[in-house]
Design a binder for this molecule. Structure first.
Ligand SMILES: Nc1ncnc2c1ncn2[C@@H]1O[C@H](COP(=O)(O)OP(=O)(O)OP(=O)(O)O)[C@@H](O)[C@H]1O
Length: 298
């Protein structure tokens, strides 16, 4: 992580937290503590409320009920889903990454020589050495995600929240960025990431929070990603959207585990090749969760 005020994270406690939109709850009665320095995966089917929870932790959504303790006075860096980003503005990779220093410079402040060096080092750390002057609208999805990670790194916050950081990103970029997440965790930061690839979760995340509009499990990953919990989710896809598609069961298990299957068109890059995601399905292997089509948003 870049040099800077590296403040240790403190615990964050959720007390009977209910979250939602326009008074309608989307996530019910979640309680528990995010330990300082946790590396926590947030998993669950589509529409389970994962993004909603992350947004509340980022301070972007006020609870409908209950409360979050421990956030006040802690800086949080939040990486939204890439799909929500506006990449049309004329800005270079270096300028975009440097936005991560706004907490030091203000939005209109120039960069000192040491700050310019930190931007350069952050770009090198994400594998974008030599790309500082490239306009962001010319970047591939993987390069854009690397730029976003550089910005996140420069924010140098003790708490990092990432919403689907590896969806539609090639395997090489995923491996590199996952390595960075582990480094941030090793440096003592609290890291939460919404993930769909349960294989990735088992490999890299010591703790998992499983959400299905309510808490299904929260604790050590091997104690949460159990057959029983996964079966529980499969048994209740209708909980997420009354219009959820009928799901067929695939025989033989899933070679590549995914925490949900999308009912809508979805791309996954593997080794650079972009392939459309198969149609709605529930694989029978222990690594898949039910599909629930995302409800329409007003
Ligand atoms: N801005 C919004 N306004 C109204 N409802 C919303 C909004 N954002 C999400 N919702 C609803 O809240 C519920 C939870 O959505 P959320 O995006 O948190 O789920 P998720 O688990 O992140 O899903 P996915 O895996 O598909 O991203 C869904 O029913 C969704 O339609």
């Amino acid at each position: 992580m870049a040099a800077g005020a590296d403040v240790a994270p403190r615990p964050i406690t959720l007390h009977d937290l209910t979250l939602g939109y326009d008074g309608h709850p989307a996530v019910h009665h979640v309680s528990g503590t995010i330990a300082p320095g946790a590396l926590l995966a947030v998993v669950g089917p589509n529409g389970a409320g994962k993004s909603t929870l992350i947004k509340a932790l980022a301070g972007l959504l006020k609870p409908l009920g209950g409360r979050i303790d421990g956030l006040a006075g802690q800086r949080v860096a939040y990486l939204p889903q890439q799909a929500t980003l506006e990449r049309g503005f004329p800005i270079t990779v270096g300028e975009f990454a440097a936005m991560g220093l706004w907490h030091e410079t203000g939005a209109f402040g120039g960069l000192s020589r040491p700050q310019r060096e930190r931007v350069r080092a952050a770009l090198a750390a994400v594998g974008l050495d030599g790309h500082a002057r490239q306009p962001i609208d010319t970047l591939s999805g993987g390069q854009l995600q690397r730029t976003l990670f550089a910005r996140l790194m420069l924010q140098d916050a003790p708490i990092l929240l990432l919403d689907e950081p590896f969806s539609a990103i090639d395997q090489r970029t995923t491996a590199d960025l996952l390595h960075l997440l582990r480094q941030w965790h090793a440096a003592g930061k609290t890291v939460l990431a919404v993930l769909h690839d349960l294989h990735q979760v088992r490999e890299a995340f010591p703790d998992t929070l499983m959400l299905a509009r309510e808490l299904v499990g929260w604790g050590p990953t091997e104690a949460v990603l159990t057959q029983g919990n996964l079966q529980r989710l499969r048994a209740m896809p209708e909980a997420f959207d009354a219009r959820a598609p009928v799901c067929e069961v695939e025989g033989g298990g899933a070679p590549h585990e995914h925490a949900h299957a999308h009912a809508h068109p979805h791309v996954h890059e593997h080794g650079g090749a972009v392939a459309p995601h198969p149609s709605p399905r529930i694989a029978s292997g222990a690594g898949s969760l039910p599909s629930g089509e995302r409800g329409q948003r007003p």
